[in-house]
Design a protein around this ligand. Structure first.
Ligand code: GAP
Length: 444
């Protein structure tokens, strides 16, 4: 499986999904740039998430809060005090590790450095805060310190009342947000799995205290169904409930949805989290800001501080999941075929249009079809190289449908649709292509 990650990293660069950041300077550790295919795939994932949260529901609304926030926010949230990982160094080779992820006690006399093999060379663990600091304004002093947000959630909590009042929302209701987050991770890696700059898709659902368990279970199920709706193999997803020792400082209960990413000694890794945060967040912001955040319940005539159920998902990790899950190799008549089995709803390109040959008016017909389909779908026109090579290029970026204009088209205005996964072909009238593609996407 490590092998699949290596193959995917190479494929992503070759086909324009993900490039190492600052590539011509030799890259910068664990930072990545999304290329044309990666941007489309990521946008499709984000749109699917936002639509499922806000367009298809009445009780969740969107928000886009600033990355830079008042520094007191991070004191209230607990990040200044508690957003730390234990860091140890090997005194011999200077390799750096997270003590809680080493799988052994680095303080033991025979603890061996995985990099240089020396024993008993680890420093004492020291707590390292993961927030990136910068300065606001021209003076670089303690009073001007601001942080790059390590999660998008806090932007939602501080806007709870703004959204509630402006949208006339009653409990229970949620606020959904997609945006960048930054963490100075000690051990980033595994391609885009753990990076220092990443995107989150977070939704905070505000509820009446006491209804926590009901909504926690509800959102667990909703999130699992959404992931399955992306076409991910069900056997590659599972829940992992946090035990008392695993819970974050804000959580009363937490479950990770894990995906079988395949790397490391344990191939299952966190994809997203669902957390019962109780009254922690609004309570802390009420205390630190001095602004009342209580809710008045019209029905029961009670005032109370809402509790929160959070669903917190990594956009980059979700994208990596679709690549790992979709990566396929097969052999057909002695030839290797590589393709990405991405769900048609999120594939970067929905259909590619090819003239079989560059003559007899086929390119003109194909370009016309392409222009028409572009009104509804992401479509790509390609007339370069043999038809086999053109199919292969589209297979590797996960394009589910290949439309070919051929000799028959000149006679009856029909084209072939080639299905990426089965290689089955069907003929379709050129003027019915839009409807047929919509139908195929619906059925996928
Ligand atoms: N607001 C709660 C929160 O941020 P988290 O478990 O720390 O919870 C949520 O993060 C999700 O964000 C993770 O499940 C993961 O998908 C993503 N994530 C966290 N750190 C990441 C990193 N360094 N690189 C990529 N994705 C990350």
């Amino acid at each position: 499986m490590e092998n699949v990650m290596e193959k995917l990293t190479a494929l992503c660069k070759r086909r324009g999904f993900v490039f190492p950041s600052s590539d011509i300077y030799g890259g910068i550790n664990a930072c990545w740039d999304y290329g044309p295919m990666g941007v489309r795939l990521k946008n499709n994932i984000k749109t699917a998430w936002m639509n499922s949260m806000t367009r298809l529901r009445e009780d969740v609304v969107p928000l886009d809060a600033a990355i830079l926030m008042h520094p007191r926010v991070w004191e209230a949230s607990g990040h200044v005090g508690a957003f730390t990982d234990p860091l140890v160094d090997c005194r011999h080779c200077k390799a750096r590790y997270r003590a809680d992820e080493m799988g052994f006690d680095p303080a033991a006399p025979d603890a061996q450095c995985p990099k240089c093999g020396m024993k008993g060379t680890f420093t004492e663990p020291r707590m390292f805060n993961l927030m990136f600091k910068t300065f606001m304004g021209p003076v670089e002093d303690a009073a001007s310190v601001v942080y790059l947000r390590p999660e998008t959630a806090q932007g939602i909590y501080v806007n709870f009342d703004n959204v509630r009042v402006s949208m006339r929302k009653k409990l229970p209701f949620g606020i959904a947000q997609i945006g960048k987050a930054f963490r100075n991770e000690i051990t980033p890696g595994n391609f885009i799995f753990r990076t220092r700059e990443f995107e989150q898709m977070e939704m905070q659902f505000f509820i009446k205290p006491g209804e926590n368990e009901k909504w926690f279970e509800y959102w667990k199920e909703q999130r699992m169904q959404w992931l399955l709706g992306l076409g991910v193999r069900p056997e590659s997803l599972r829940f992992h409930d946090h035990g008392p020792g695993e819970l974050a400082h804000y959580a009363r209960a937490a479950t990770d949805i894990q995906f079988h990413f395949g790397f490391g000694s344990d191939p299952w890794h966190e994809l997203e989290g669902i957390h019962d945060r109780g009254g922690y967040d609004l309570g802390r912001h009420q205390e630190f800001s001095g602004k009342k955040l209580e809710y008045f319940d019209d029905e029961t005539k009670e005032h109370y501080l809402p509790h929160i159920i959070e669903t917190s998902s990594g956009c980059d990790r979700t994208l990596l999941m679709t690549l790992v899950d979709g990566y396929r190799e097969e052999e057909i008549k002695g030839e290797k075929r590589v393709f990405l089995g991405l769900h048609p709803r999120i594939a970067p390109i929905t259909a590619a249009v090819f003239p079989l040959v560059k003559k007899d008016g086929m390119p003109e017909i194909a370009q016309r079809i392409c222009a028409e389909l572009k009104q509804r779908f992401e479509v790509f026109y390609d007339e370069g190289g043999s038809i086999g090579r053109r199919y292969a290029r589209m297979d590797e970026v996960g394009t589910p449908f290949g439309i070919t204009v051929d000799g028959q088209t000149l006679l009856d205005e029909s084209v072939t649709i080639r299905m990426r996964d089965t290689l089955a072909q069907e003929r379709c009238a050129a003027d019915k292509l839009g409807e047929r593609l919509a139908e195929l996407i619906e059925q996928a």
